[in-house]
Write a protein that binds this ligand. Structure first.
Ligand code: RP5
Ligand code: MG
Ligand code: MG
Length: 275
């Protein structure tokens, strides 16, 4: 749906090094001179904001702006000389990079889980901790090649829970390319299964696309198939901007895109599973 990943292949200016103790905006950092990066691929895209200096760009920060949510889960962000400031602090790069929105870019992430089974069908226990092992659906991102939660951007006016379910369908079941028959079978199972999502995380995402003036925020929901009889049983197909999909053991060994590992850990703790 978006060609932002193409622009990631183009040279991105090197980030100005920011020591940990100088990330916060309130700490003086006189030498700070980050390069500006505004990807050309964003220009003119219907899903993106206009350039911040475009006279036609009318914006209301820290509020619902028409049907675009410019509220941050991190609290009220500052505006410095027209530019919204990343609530976490300096990132070493300014502009909005490849992100569509100035300020917060809202996403949703589904954490779809089931229990790992051994061949006999029993729940697998970890040999050291004797705890059950949780598995979750991960997709391989087309842009960075990393494994990640199958999340995506909230469309203007879209309810965040709907985004999570829609993105799961697009990226992990390839609903965009399903036949009508396949869609019907899935739809019934989906509707039931995705009714009971549990919010497990809400806030900033440490996404590689973040800049000083544009950043990712997400709400993550856990959808759990306790018996492994519905979504836990269905065949997964990578779709849209995902190039791979699989059930992954949710353990401390897992390596994921951005701060998705943290979100998975929250879900593991919730289910008191092995980590
Ligand atoms: C991450 O980027 C979010 O947590 C979400 O998984 C994802 C949304 O962006 P796209 O997948 O649409 O690129 O920060
Ligand atoms: Mg997507
Ligand atoms: Mg995505």
């Amino acid at each position: 749906d978006r060609d932002k990943w193409k622009s990631l292949r183009r040279p991105v200016p090197k980030r100005f090094p920011v020591p940990d103790d100088k990330v916060n905006w309130s700490i003086e950092f006189n030498d700070y001179s980050p390069p500006t990066y505004n990807a050309a691929s964003i220009t003119g895209k219907p899903w993106a904001d206009l350039d911040i200096n475009d006279p036609n760009f009318e914006v209301k920060w820290n509020t619902l702006d028409g049907n675009v949510n410019r509220v941050s889960y991190m609290g009220s962000y500052q505006i410095s000389d027209r530019y919204p400031l990343n609530p976490i602090g300096r990132t070493g790069i300014c502009g909005r990079g490849v992100l569509g929105r100035w300020g917060p870019n809202h996403a949703a992430d589904p954490v779809v889980t089931r229990w790992k089974k051994v061949e006999s069908g029993e729940t697998a226990l970890h040999e050291d901790t004797q705890k059950s092992i949780l598995q979750f659906v991960a997709i391989k991102r087309g842009d960075t090649g990393e494994w990640a939660l199958p999340g995506g951007m909230v469309d203007p006016g879209e309810h965040v829970t709907h985004t999570a379910v829609r993105e799961f369908q697009e990226e992990a079941t390839n609903s965009l390319k399903m036949t009508a028959d396949e869609k019907r079978t899935w739809q019934e199972k989906f509707d039931k299964f995705f009714k009971q999502g549990d919010e497990v995380y809400k806030g900033y995402v440490d996404d590689p696309r973040n800049t000083d003036n544009a950043w990712m925020e997400t709400v993550a929901y856990n959808f759990h198939d306790e018996n492994g009889t519905t979504v836990g049983k269905l065949k997964l197909h990578a779709g849209d901007d995902a190039v791979g999909v699989q059930w992954v053991d949710a353990t401390s060994a897992v390596k994921l895109y951005a701060s998705h590992r943290h979100v998975v850990q929250v879900v593991v703790e919730k289910w008191k599973a092995h980590w």
